[in-house]
Design a protein around this ligand. Structure first.
Ligand SMILES: Nc1ncnc2c1ncn2[C@@H]1O[C@H](COP(=O)(O)OP(=O)(O)OP(=O)(O)O)[C@@H](O)[C@H]1O
Ligand SMILES: [Mg+2]
Length: 508
């Protein structure tokens, strides 16, 4: 699905190979979002989203309610209705942004889907259940990455040992020929010597000290060189599994048909003999390949699957965007078959049902659903009644004011001015906005929204892009590396566009 927004809270894998993690350290359980009190969830959201207090509150309560429900007495637990939310508001006021930030807050599996992308079962396109399968895939990736991070150091250690084995071939079993039989020119004993560049050569320097000792020392020498990266240009031959994914892709069932068939393709892959091939690669690549192999051995996939399914069922969040697009006005001509059909298909998932995924069955009862839509042409009451009932919480997001624009441009951690400052900073230049400069940008954006279509805070992006255009183009040659935008400078830059109606329409 093109519109699946997958957010993984874990960044790249750890790279420091020196820190050693003792094996068997229990996995640190991630701080669940629902462990935070609502007030704190709102505070976290405040770091990125200006205003929209009602929506933030509702989200925070919904998340916490799931935690509360999990702790409620069993008799009542299943009776407590999920606290699913519909966010209603004009375009560009932060609906998607709230959901996106929510997902990044904690290790909850999260996906964003667009309701308008689904089609009724039986039609070409994605069926509604695929959102649950996507969520599971997302969780699997997330948990696998976490688990791999935990054992990364160990995997790296093992990979290094294997690399050393390759770099310093094993001695043949000690067949010490009787002295008398040693002929002229024959090497009495194979001893490996590591030169300063890590070159291993066989030396016949006699008398050999206890072999083991020597080998150990050579190995340690090599290890140091390896750690210092001084063997990076060396080529080694390694055996790599002929990459499976290609084969795997071949068996991928068409979209929307995953399920039972999936298991078949996995079975097929297991049945095929594991193909391997030998490849000559540089040490760093060999190390990557070996680490990867070791990670696969160290991470127990059954455990990953179990944990993932558990997370999806108890912590998963599905953000259904553009739900208004499937809320067709029910015309006299009869229901809009396809839209209502999609709603009908959504219903059991939101209500709680069991969905088959390639990793096993998933119950959707406790997944939190957050829907959003502008509801320009339709109203939440145009949704089929059953679905309305499954989204009991409605929150409206407010249109943004000019004052909001000022804050949005400066306060969030990813504020536009900060983004541009970082871009300009990369060229060793400095970018500054004065308060009246910011106010002027906000004013231009607000008026553009008024005069044309109101696209909310997105307008700031087009205004800023127009404003920054020259600077970004000329920056490398610019002699003056300090750029300041005050009101006058902003006005001057934007005047051409603001005053020309046609230009404005196309650019801003
Ligand atoms: N309240 C806000 N605080 C901070 N930034 C905001 C706010 N509202 C919007 N933005 C900015 O505008 C962009 C667009 O907002 P967002 O994607 O949330 O719109 P939306 O409400 O989902 O609109 P649509 O209905 O068109 O999907 C965001 O990426 C964000 O940078
Ligand atoms: Mg949106």
């Amino acid at each position: 699905m093109g519109s699946t927004d997958v957010e993984s809270p874990t960044g790249e894998s750890v790279t420091q190979a020196d820190a050693k993690t003792p094996e068997g350290n229990g996995p640190p359980s991630p701080p669940w979002l629902e462990d935070l009190p609502p007030r704190q969830i709102v505070m976290e959201l405040d770091r990125y989203i200006i205003g929209q207090e009602a929506a933030k509150r509702a989200i925070a309560i919904a998340v916490r309610n799931r935690w509360r429900r999990a702790r409620a007495p069993e008799e009542i637990r299943d009776e407590i209705l999920p606290y699913n939310i519909i966010m209603i508001g004009p375009t560009g006021v932060g609906k998607t942004e709230i959901a996106r930030r929510l997902a990044r807050l904690a290790g909850s599996p999260f996906i964003k889907v667009e309701a308008s992308k689904f089609t009724e079962v039986g039609y070409v396109g994605r069926d509604a259940e695929s959102m649950v399968r996507d969520l599971v895939d997302m969780a699997i990736n997330m948990v696998r990455t976490e688990r791999e991070d935990e054992v990364y150091d160990l995997a790296a250690e093992r990979a290094d040992e294997r690399l050393l084995d390759i770099l310093l071939p094993a001695v043949p079993p000690p067949v010490t020929p009787p002295k008398a039989e040693v002929e002229e020119g024959e090497q009495p004993q194979s001893v490996f010597v590591v030169g300063p560049t890590g070159a291993v050569r066989q030396s016949d320097s006699a008398p050999p000290p206890p072999d083991e000792d020597r080998r150990t020392r050579s190995r340690e020498k090599l290890r140091t060189l390896l750690e210092q990266g001084r063997l990076d240009d060396r080529e080694v031959e390694i055996e790599v599994a002929a990459q499976g994914p290609l084969m795997f892709e071949l068996f991928q069932p068409p979209q929307g048909m995953e399920g039972q068939e999936m298991n078949l393709s996995e079975m097929l892959q297991d049945m095929l003999p594991k193909r391997t091939k030998r490849r000559q690669v540089k040490v760093p690549e060999a190390r990557r390949v070996l680490i990867d192999e070791e990670l696969k051995k160290l991470v127990d996939m059954d455990d990953v699957v179990n944990e993932s399914l558990d997370r999806v069922e108890n912590h998963g969040i599905i953000f259904v965007d553009e739900i208004d697009k499937i809320a067709g006005e029910r015309s006299q001509l009869g229901p809009d078959v396809s839209r209502e059909g999609v709603q009908q298909d959504l219903l059991p998932i939101v209500e709680g049902s069991t969905v088959q995924t390639r990793y096993g069955y998933v119950r959707t009862d406790h997944i939190l659903f957050v829907a959003a839509g502008a509801f320009h042409a339709s109203k939440p009451s145009d949704l089929i009644p059953e679905l309305q009932g499954r989204f009991p919480i409605r929150v409206e997001l407010n249109p943004l004011t000019e004052a909001d624009f000022v804050r949005i441009m400066t306060e969030p951690e990813n504020a536009l001015t900060k983004q541009y400052q970082a871009l300009v900073g990369a060229e060793e230049a400095a970018l500054d906005f004065t308060a009246d400069g910011i106010a002027e940008i906000a004013r231009v954006a607000f008026r553009a929204n008024d005069a044309m279509e109101n696209i909310g805070a997105r307008r700031l992006q087009t205004v800023m892009a127009t404003l920054m255009d020259d600077v970004l183009f000329e920056l490398p040659e610019r002699s003056d590396k300090k750029i300041v935008f005050d009101a006058a400078a902003v006005r001057e830059r934007l005047a051409k566009v603001v005053e020309d109606d046609d230009l404005r329409r196309y650019i801003l």
